[in-house]
Every structure is written in structure tokens, then in C-alpha cells.
Design a binder for this molecule. Structure first.
Ligand SMILES: Cc1ncc(C[n+]2csc(CCOP(=O)(O)OP(=O)(O)O)c2C)c(N)n1
Length: 702
């Protein structure tokens, strides 16, 4: 380490570059303050006080690295080569903001430039980039170690760069975020799998107004000790020699030894928390903080090592005028136009038509779970980027529904693996895995346990494409066994589609039969966007009475069913004299509807539309059916109030009003907080063929 420090001092270029970077960031803070009224139209935070550690890290990253800077990291962004003008386009939310086109806040980067480290999108939610960042490191780990574990030895291994050229991941965090639960999930996986990641914690001792004494029992350095295999180092982040040398050593170890580190850098916060939360309101340590200002320290280091005062003054005054000029230019730049709101909600998919053989001749019917299993097996055999992880999906069990049975045996324990009980990690790591070109298929064990993962789904996964202006769509599949049957009880039966359909930026399938499930899984695989597939566990094995319709002949390998194409599985002619009804449904509802119409002998009066996918939703087919039939019933397994289906009901009412002969009606579960365990209570709670029959008769009488 002493060696490295000596070399830094001798290397005038490093010192000069660092000084230029620091004074640039410092001047930006000052210019933003001087122009507070204009610049603070949109909220921003700056790195003032944190410049040295950020500069030391940014200067040492390479294009093959992945960085997850947080909102205070503008010095790091400058150090990797971003221009002040470019950052100012973001502070002013301008159209040409290189990160997001004016969609997200200052210093919220996302970058995919060939000559710079890659920066996937990350949210403003503190700490939540830790899991996506660790996902990138897990992607490196998989590509470097297990790419050979391909089906029957086929396929090319991933290219593995020379050891010293291997990419690393930097996840930058404020100290207060380290107490968050998701951080523990990230550290756990990094330590467990020995992932090539550096967690950089910038400790200024403050949350917003809450201080360290109020918010933590230990600092990040001490906390890291609880994770075996995560090496932690604590440094003075205002000391350039110490910061640069430590980071150099740590990065070099991560590049070659492929293991995780945490660097805890103590720094003072010298500017406001953000432009909106001013330090005068609450800071009681400003004098002490100023005494640790990295600027005079770095200047002294340069003066002690061969630089002249005049030379440094020149750098500073040139920088000051550059920054002022850049702000004037940025202020003149165009704002986005209203049309710009509507781009990049999804990356375009090539899967738009149904192709392949859905029902091969002479095939025997199989249960839905087998269709899913074969779909995944075919995908894994064909695509080395495809891997599957979640709880209990590994070789020993192959999933609690045996939905992944034999896959680990066929493709190796590193391609099909168990995770700890970490739904946030399971969901959020896909952001990183996808960013390095992998296609993760993951699952949560039951829909009831999607909640701990929901934060990552909403905060990181769903918004990545939109907020990175199309640079970082997250290509992943999340399988979610869902639904009630046979006394699953309150924590293994819930329906959650209303919450998930409320998240924009993900596609959602809810198939009712095996052939659809297989075709939709294939479409999901080739879709560059995040996809959630709800798989009704009562349909998996068709053991529940009245669900034989979920079995199907196994579609051929080439069969693909695009999203957004509803299926009119029971079609009727338009009838003038007779009353007719369109039932709009999905999942288990399809079986209740089909059974009800059969038991009532009303197949020629009832059309049944299976939505298949809830987003995109095939409104065209729905409206066409409702307009033809004149009456409409929506059947859902969810509680009937405040849900996805209620929204659909309103939409149908609005679009089809002229053609309707009665109100659009809906049947769903009772509006109770949970599905009780007792079978009588469960039956009372959820719809059934009998209840749907009654509702149908009620509508016909209307
Ligand atoms: C999950 C979440 N909760 C609350 C906030 C509001 N918030 C923004 S910054 C901040 C303090 C973060 O402190 P720290 O991580 O130490 O970073 P610093 O701002 O001190 O650099 C809080 C609570 C947030 N962004 N995300």
C-alpha cells in the first residue's frame, strides 16, 4: 500500500486529474447555489465533501466495469468522463439529458457508452441498487464459471476475458442506507457466492436529519464483519492518497481474485442534503464538517508534490468559467416535448404472431405443469444465457410443485439453483443479470410471498427501460404460482394480480391451460422486457374437480403465443332474438365459466373470452365480443372490489355502452382480508362454478 501511495504522489497526471475533477464538482455545487432559483426547479444533491473518494473510484473504473453510483455521486460521474454540460442537462431535466431525456433527477445516471463503465438504471430509493448491482456480479460469476455447464456439452462457452481485464461491479451507497433490509440480502449473496463487487459506503454520519447515533448500532465496516467472506476496509475518504491507493488495491484484487469487498469511507457532507432540504435547518456539526473539507487537503497534497499555487489557481479559474458557460448553454437547451412522454415504456418485441404447432397430431394430453417444464427445458437446451433460480428449484426437489423437476440434473446445479429465502434478491438481481446479457427465469414460491420482492419489481425492474430512455430494459421472467384450492389457507392461496397490473412497465400473463402457458413462456423468453407469469397452482395438475380443461396436447418446441391475444374459446353467433352473454375471464375463471355454461346447457348463448395476458390486454377482442353479445360478466378469483377486474368493467361499460343490454357485471371473491384455511370458509370466500351459474342466470333475467 505504501508503494502505491508513493507512486500516486509521483504521478503528476493522476494528481492533476483528481484536482481538476474535484474543483469541477465543487464549482458546480457553487454555481448551482448561486443560481438556486433556476437550478432548483428540480431537486438535486451534490457531492460537496465527498469529492475525493468519488474521484478516486471514478478514475479507476474501466469500460468493462459496471457502476451503480447513487444520487450524491456527481464527482464519480465526472471522473468516469461525463462532462459538466451533460450533467447540467440532467439537473435541468432537459431533452438531451444523456441518462434519461429529462425523466429523472440529477445524478441518477444510466449509461451504455462503449468507452465508459456501464451504468444500469437505478432508482432514488436509497439502498435499492445493492441488489441489482449484486445481480451484475452474479452474472459475471455465472458467465465466468459455469458457462460450460450447458446441455449435453453443447453450445459455445461465454468469452472469458483475461483475469486482469475482468469487469468488476461498484455499488455506491450512503451510510444510512446500509441499515435497510435489502442490503443484507445483497451482502449475503455476494459473500456466499464470492462475487466480484465493491460496496463503497460513503459515511457522512447523516441520514437526512437523523444522525448515526439515532439510526445505527454499528457502522458499515462493523456490519460487514457479520458476512463471512466480505472483506471490509475503513478509510478516510477525504485523503486522496489513502483513497486512491486503497481503491487501486481493492479493485485489483476484485479483478483477479473475484471476491467481494466493502470500503467504508468517512466523509463530511458540506452541502445541503438536497436543494430542498437545507443544512441550516438542522445541522449542528457544520464547523467540524468544514474542518474535514477534502478540497484544501488535496490542494496541499499537490503543493507539497511539485505543483505551484499559480498553476492550481489557473486550473480553478478556468474551471469556474467553464462551468458558468456550461450552465448558460444548458439553460438554453430544449425541454422534452409532450410526445416524449410516450416512448420506451417497453422495448420492442419481435414476437407478434402465433407461430408453430400448438396441438401436434396424435399427441396425448398432458398436465399444465409439464408444459411449463418442457418450455423451460427447451429454452435452456437452446440458450446458454437462460438460467433458473428461486427457492427449492434446485436438484434436490425441483420446485415445491415439481415445476422445475429434473432441470438441475439436466443443466447443472449452477444453472438451476436454490436461493436463500430472499424474494427481493430473486426479483431485483434480474436487473443485473439481464444487464450482462443473461436471461434469468426466476420464481417466488407462492404469490403470497411476492410482497418482499414487490419493491424491486416496482422500484427497479419495471421502470428501468423508461427511466433510462430505453437503454436498459430488464429482460426477465418471474414465475408466480398463484390461486386458491384445497384449503391452501391464508398464505398459500392469495390472488395478487390487481397489485401487479398496477405496476406499469411489466408484461403479465395469466394462462388457463398448458398449451397457452408453454406458448406464453416462449414469448416471454424472447421478449426483451420484464414478464410476470401467474401460474394457477390448482391448474398445474388438473386434480381439482372441473379443471381437466387445463390439460393440453404438448405444443411443439417452435410454438410461440404472443402477448396481447385473447382467446375466444367458446364462440357464438350474433343473435337478434335471443339474449346472449360474453364472459370475460382468465386463469381459474375460465374453467368456472366453461363449466357453468355447460352445466346450464347455454353454450350457444354464452361466449367465453380467455384474456390470457393481463398486460398487454386485448381490448379489441373483449369489446368485439361484448358488443356482439350485448351483456357481459367478468369472472375473477380476486376479491371483487377495487381490483383489476373492476377497472376492466368500467372500461367495457364506457366503450360498449351503446350496445349493452344491461350493466356489465362482475363476480369475484368476497372482500375479506384473507382466504381462511377451513374448507367451508374457503368455499364461501372464492367463486365457483355454482356461483358463476347463479350470476349468469341473474344477468339473463336482467
Ligand atoms: C427507501 C427510501 N426511503 C426514504 C428515502 C428519502 N431519503 C432520501 S435521501 C435519504 C437519506 C439517505 O442518507 P444516506 O444513505 O446516508 O446518504 P446521504 O444523503 O447522506 O449521502 C432519505 C431518507 C429514499 N430516497 N428512499
Amino acid at each position: 500500500m505504501e508503494n502505491i501511495k508513493e507512486n500516486i504522489i509521483k504521478d503528476k497526471e493522476i494528481l492533476k486529474k483528481a484536482f481538476k475533477n474535484l474543483v469541477t464538482a465543487k464549482a458546480m455545487t457553487e454555481v448551482y447555489e448561486e443560481n438556486f432559483k433556476t437550478v432548483s426547479k428540480y431537486v438535486h444533491a451534490t457531492s460537496r465533501g465527498h469529492e475525493v473518494i468519488q474521484t478516486a473510484v471514478g478514475m479507476q473504473l474501466l469500460p468493462q466495469d459496471y457502476a451503480f453510483p447513487y444520487y450524491r455521486d456527481d464527482s464519480m460521474l465526472l471522473a468516469i468522463g461525463m462532462k459538466p454540460y451533460e450533467l447540467m442537462l440532467q439537473v435541468l431535466a432537459k431533452k438531451d439529458d444523456p441518462f434519461s431525456g429529462g425523466r429523472t433527477y440529477y445524478s441518477h445516471p444510466s449509461l451504455r457508452d462503449a468507452d465508459k463503465p456501464k451504468i444500469p438504471h437505478q432508482s432514488s430509493a436509497t439502498g435499492m441498487q445493492a441488489i441489482p448491482a449484486t445481480g451484475v456480479a452474479m452474472g459475471f460469476w455465472y458467465k465466468e464459471n459455469f458457462s460450460q455447464t450447458l446441455s449435453k456439452g453443447e453450445g459455445l462457452p461465454f468469452e472469458t476475458p483475461p483475469t486482469e481485464g475482468k469487469g468488476i461491479v461498484v455499488c455506491s451507497l450512503g451510510d444510512a442506507s446500509v441499515t435497510e433490509g435489502e442490503i443484507a440480502e445483497a451482502f449475503q449473496m455476494a459473500a456466499l457466492k464470492q462475487l466480484p463487487i465493491l460496496y463503497l459506503v460513503q459515511d457522512n454520519g447523516w441520514d437526512i436529519s437523523a444522525n448515526a447515533a439515532e439510526t445505527r448500532a454499528q457502522d458499515a465496516f462493523e456490519y460487514a464483519r457479520g458476512f463471512n467472506g466480505l472483506e471490509a476496509i475503513s478509510i478516510d475518504g477525504t485523503n486522496f492518497e489513502e483513497s486512491y491507493a486503497t481503491i487501486k488495491e481493492v479493485i485489483s484484487k476484485i479483478r483477479t481474485e473475484r471476491r467481494p469487498f466493502l470500503v467504508h469511507a468517512k466523509v463530511p457532507l458540506l452541502n445541503h442534503h438536497t436543494s430542498g432540504v437545507r443544512m441550516e435547518f438542522y445541522r449542528d456539526d457544520l464547523e467540524e464538517a468544514k474542518s474535514r473539507d477534502p478540497y484544501p487537503k488535496l490542494k496541499k497534497l499537490l503543493l507539497d508534490n511539485g505543483f505551484e499555487e499559480k498553476e492550481l489557481q489557473k486550473i480553478e479559474s478556468e474551471t469556474n468559467s467553464e462551468i458558468r458557460k456550461a450552465l448558460n448553454e444548458a439553460l438554453k437547451a430544449d425541454d422534452p416535448s409532450p410526445e416524449d412522454l410516450f416512448t420506451h415504456d417497453f422495448a420492442p418485441t419481435e414476437i407478434t404472431e402465433e407461430v408453430g404447432v400448438r396441438s401436434p397430431e396424435g399427441g396425448e394430453k398432458v398436465v399444465m405443469v409439464d408444459c411449463a417444464l418442457f418450455a423451460i427445458e427447451e429454452l435452456m437446451a437452446k440458450h446458454k444465457e437462460c438460467l433458473l433460480y428461486g427457492q427449492d428449484v434446485g436438484g434436490r426437489l425441483g420446485g415445491v410443485f415439481r415445476e422445475a423437476a429434473t432441470l438441475a440434473q439436466k443443466f447443472g446445479d449452477n444453472r438451476v439453483f436454490n436461493t436463500p429465502i430472499q424474494e427481493a434478491f430473486i426479483v431485483g438481481s434480474t436487473v443485473g443479470m439481464s444487464a450482462v446479457g443473461l436471461k434469468p427465469i426466476v420464481e417466488v414460491q407462492f404469490a403470497d410471498y411476492i410482497w418482499p420482492g414487490l419493491n424491486q419489481l416496482f422500484t427497479e425492474v419495471s421502470r428501468s427501460c423508461y427511466l433510462s430512455n430505453g437503454k436498459w430494459p430488464v429482460s426477465m421472467i418471474l414465475r408466480v404460482p398463484i390461486g386458491a384450492y384445497g384449503s391452501g389457507g391464508p398464505y398459500h392461496s392469495s390472488s395478487v394480480e390487481s397489485v401487479v397490473t398496477n405496476i406499469r412497465g411489466i408484461k403479465i400473463a395469466y394462462p388457463s391451460n398448458g398449451a397457452d402457458l408453454k406458448g406464453l413462456l416462449k414469448a416471454a423468453y424472447y421478449d426483451p422486457n420484464p414478464v410476470v407469469i401467474f401460474e394457477h397452482k390448482g391448474l398445474y395438475w388438473s386434480k381439482v374437480k372441473g379443471t381437466k380443461g387445463a390439460t393440453s396436447v404438448m405444443p411443439d418446441e417452435d410454438y410461440i403465443l404472443p402477448f396481447g391475444k385473447a382467446w375466444v374459446l367458446q364462440e357464438i353467433w350474433k343473435q337478434e332474438a335471443e339474449e346472449t352473454l360474453s364472459i370475460i375471464t382468465y386463469g381459474m375463471g375460465v374453467h368456472w365459466a366453461m363449466n357453468a355454461s355447460e352445466e346450464l346447457g347455454m353454450q350457444d348463448k354464452i361466449e367465453v373470452v380467455d384474456l390470457r395476458t393481463l398486460h398487454p390486454l386485448d381490448y379489441e377482442t373483449v369489446f368485439k365480443s361484448v358488443k356482439k353479445c350485448g351483456k357481459c360478466l367478468i369472472v375473477t378469483e380476486e376479491p371483487s372490489d377495487n381490483g383489476f377486474s373492476r377497472g376492466l368493467q368500467g372500461r367495457i361499460q364506457e366503450e360498449c355502452f351503446q350496445e349493452l343490454d344491461g350493466p356489465v357485471m362482475l363476480i369475484g371473491s368476497e372482500n375479506m382480508p384473507a382466504i381462511p384455511l377451513n374448507s367451508t370458509l374457503e368455499e364461501t370466500m372464492i367463486p365457483s362454478t355454482e356461483k358463476v351459474k347463479k350470476k349468469i342466470l341473474q344477468i339473463f333475467e336482467y
